[in-house]
Ligand binder design. Structure first.
Ligand SMILES: [Zn+2]
Length: 721
């Protein structure tokens, strides 16, 4: 890590002086900005914005936000809300703290004991501990637990099921290992933890333990904390196991805002909620699980199931037998979203929303407060603009979401409260983890992918040049591989971005952060940005300010960079004459998704079992409508209201009112979190999940739903002439 720190240090010296190309007023020759009639004027605004965010101030925000553990619903969480609200007000935003009442658990008693074979003792659960960490001993640190797990007592033989994917359980079937009534031991990685529990429950397991294997984010990856950024022996990944792929937000109010005034009679019983797991689950460290895994008999595990502990992994069942005792304290608890707004001068009903969650499992220096600190410096930039007399055309809203960790609750409830206003929203910009290292990455709906590339072309990179140039360099095939935070948290199945433009790859949006309700419930075009690096302390007590100063961003130059990228998206979108969406790229990506699905369908059901003709024609229609309106967008008309309405309406047209099969809260026909991947996007989910199930009838019906949505979207774009 020394080399990296040295490089960051030298770049921070360069950045001590503001980059001249950005803060100097642009000349009349400023390059055209897509969506603007007067690029010169917009360029002046943007330069003023970019000059404001400061690395030193971001450091101060992060230090204050992470001084105490601040899990959702605690007094320390409320204190962070007050801090953020004050910074919003300082910048001149109209600010309120909005409360919701949601059903969540804190752990009361968690114990896991090894009851067989006799004479073997287990290490734990042990307190998370390393030498010389200044934050680990705070009594407010919550013991490791999984959000949304029921209480329960289970004693049973253990079966090891690798990452707990559907394929892993199939393999156990082939090995004739029955998981009925057993405690299933799985490792973190590859899919969302809620999916592991969901699949184990489907297979009849009685309980689940999820542990962090050193192969995935521990010593096998590199030095462990405090010598390096990777997970130490006792580090535990907390996290919600709620079935957010059914619906996110408060488990008792799908589709309805959990206002404190909402009577209990209008809520569903938590026990009937499709979001709540039915079997107990708790997380553990590799230090604690070691003797359990070591005392499994039965067949040796398939070789790719072997982790980094120094013995051959067997699958069981037994002889290792565990007794799990979980007592959860479930209550309706209060969340505090902080909402700051600047009313639009011309289009006050057209919202541009930018948000980040604030609640953390413990200190959350990387996840999520690197994002909060960067958002506060973006707000600082907006404050500088407001002081200069600037007003956004559209209403600009910043959201500091609470309860994200429990299940995207603060953002989901706010979206559900504001459905009618959000039907006109222009965009939602998300940032969760802003910085865990130097590698820039982004995900977005295809209509915003070029917009994102354009924004990064005017933001200075933390090490010189532009963010876009650094991004391009890192995206080259011979560039050294860096790990993204989503890989660290177990999302290696993130859908590879379709490279339709041969440019830097922008990923697809699945789930796992606060854009979900905006995009997948409301059809608001969304993006998510981050800068990532080696990060093994995710959701542990060690994701704290000491780790961040040593390994994340010692000089806060990436924080400054991310404040600029995140904020500039919001400033540019709120000012645009014509919405800078690119429906040509959207059309091309959908065509690529359909090609892939058609090949899968032919493999599964034979050459002519499913007719892709109509849906391919609809996709072609959508793409050509996208090409036509893009040509007109490049020459913005004086009155762009009708053009903007068509552009906004097209994404909305991709919602289907009846929702996806079995999970009607998810209404977007192009993107959803996978039922069996969780975080990773499933593209054209209705069709692809029917193919996964081998259900040709459902696939046929979903092809028709998709074709109808694409036709609607095409006609919406063509409605503007
Ligand atoms: Zn987060």
């Amino acid at each position: 890590m020394k080399l990296l720190s040295a490089a960051i240090l030298s770049s921070s010296l360069l950045l001590a002086l503001p980059p001249t190309d950005v803060v100097n007023p642009p000349t009349s020759s400023s390059p055209a900005i897509f969506g603007f009639r007067d690029s010169g004027a917009e360029s002046t605004v943007e330069s003023r914005f970019l000059a404001a965010p400061e690395a030193k101030l971001a450091e101060e925000h992060l230090r204050i936000l992470t001084q105490a553990p601040h899990m959702a619903g605690t007094v320390e969480d409320k204190a962070t809300a007050d801090y953020v609200a004050q910074r919003f007000r300082d910048a001149g935003l109209d600010t309120e703290i909005v409360e919701y009442k949601v059903w969540i658990n804190y752990p009361l008693e968690i114990s896991v004991d090894l009851t067989a074979p006799a004479g073997i003792t287990m290490h734990g659960p042990t307190r998370e501990h390393v030498d010389n960490d200044p934050f680990q001993d705070d009594p407010r640190v919550v013991m490791p637990f999984n959000g949304m797990s029921p209480s329960g007592d289970v004693e049973a033989d253990v079966v090891y099921a690798n990452y707990g994917t559907p394929e892993d359980f199939e393999k156990l079937d082939k090995l004739k290992v029955d998981v009925h009534g057993k405690i299933v031991l799985v490792r973190y990685g590859q899919n969302f933890r809620g999916v592991k529990v969901f699949v184990a429950q489907e297979h009849g397991a009685a309980g689940v333990i999820i542990y962090s294997d050193p192969a995935d984010d521990g010593w096998k990856r590199g030095d462990k904390y405090p010598d390096g950024p990777w997970r130490p022996d006792t580090g535990v990944q907390r996290g919600s196991t709620g079935y957010m792929f059914e619906f996110p937000g408060d488990p008792t109010t799908p589709g309805v805002a959990s206002l404190p005034s909402l009577p209990d009679a209008k809520r569903i019983s938590p026990h009937q909620s499709a979001q709540m797991p039915k079997i107990p689950v708790t997380p553990m460290s590799y230090h604690d699980i070691w003797p359990v895994l070591q005392h499994l008999g039965g067949p040796a595990s398939p070789r790719e199931w072997q982790g980094a502990l120094p013995f051959t992994y067997h699958v069981g069942p037994g002889p290792a037998k565990l007794k799990m005792h979980l007592k959860q304290d479930y209550q309706y608890r209060t969340l505090w979203d902080v909402i700051g707004r600047v009313s639009g001068s011309e289009l006050p009903d057209e919202w541009v929303v930018a948000g980040n969650h604030r609640d953390a499992w413990v200190y959350g220096a990387v996840d999520p407060n690197s994002g909060t600190a960067a958002m506060l410096e973006a707000v600082h930039g907006v404050g500088a603009l407001l002081k200069s007399g600037w007003k956004p055309k559209r209403t600009l809203i910043f959201g500091s979401w609470d309860g994200e960790e429990e299940g995207l609750m603060g953002s989901t409830e706010w979206v559900e409260e504001h459905e009618s206003e959000l039907a006109n929203a222009a965009a939602y910009f998300n940032m969760d983890v802003a910085v865990s290292g130097p590698k820039f990455g982004a995900s977005a709906v295809p209509s915003l992918k070029q917009f994102l590339r354009d924004v990064t072309k005017v933001v200075p990179g933390a090490k010189g040049g532009t963010v876009y140039e650094a991004w391009q360099k890192a995206a080259q095939p011979d560039a050294p591989a860096t790990q993204s935070p989503t890989e660290a948290i177990g999302d290696s199945r993130r859908t590879p971005a379709a490279q339709v433009k041969g440019d830097v790859p922008v990923g697809d949006l699945g789930s796992g952060s606060d854009y979900t309700a905006f995009l997948q419930h409301m059809g608001v075009p969304s993006s998510d940005v981050s800068s990532s690096g080696p990060y093994g302390v995710y959701h542990s007590v060690f994701d704290n300010f000491a780790w961040f100063k040593k390994f994340g961003d010692p000089d806060f130059v990436y924080e400054q960079q991310m404040a600029r990228v995140f904020g500039l998206q919001a400033v540019r979108m709120s000012d645009a004459d014509v919405l800078p969406y690119d429906y040509e790229e959207y059309g091309k990506e959908i065509a690529a998704y359909l090609d892939a699905a058609q090949k899968r369908a032919q493999d599964k059901f034979g050459e002519h079992a499913l007719d892709f003709g109509p849906v391919n024609a609809a996709a072609h229609h959508f793409e050509s409508a996208g090409v036509k309106i893009l040509a007109k967008q490049k020459n913005p008309p004086q009155d762009a209201a009708r053009m903007n309405a068509a552009l906004r309406g097209a994404e909305r047209a991709l919602l289907t009112p009846q929702g996806l099969p079995h999970r009607s809260w998810f209404r977007h026909v192009i993107y959803a979190p996978g039922e069996y991947t969780g975080y990773a996007a499933v593209v054209i989910p209705g069709v692809n999940e029917a193919l996964d199930k081998g259900d040709s009838e459902r696939a046929r019906a979903q092809l028709a739903v998709l074709a109808a949505a694409l036709e609607r979207a095409a006609r919406t774009l063509e409605g503007y002439r």
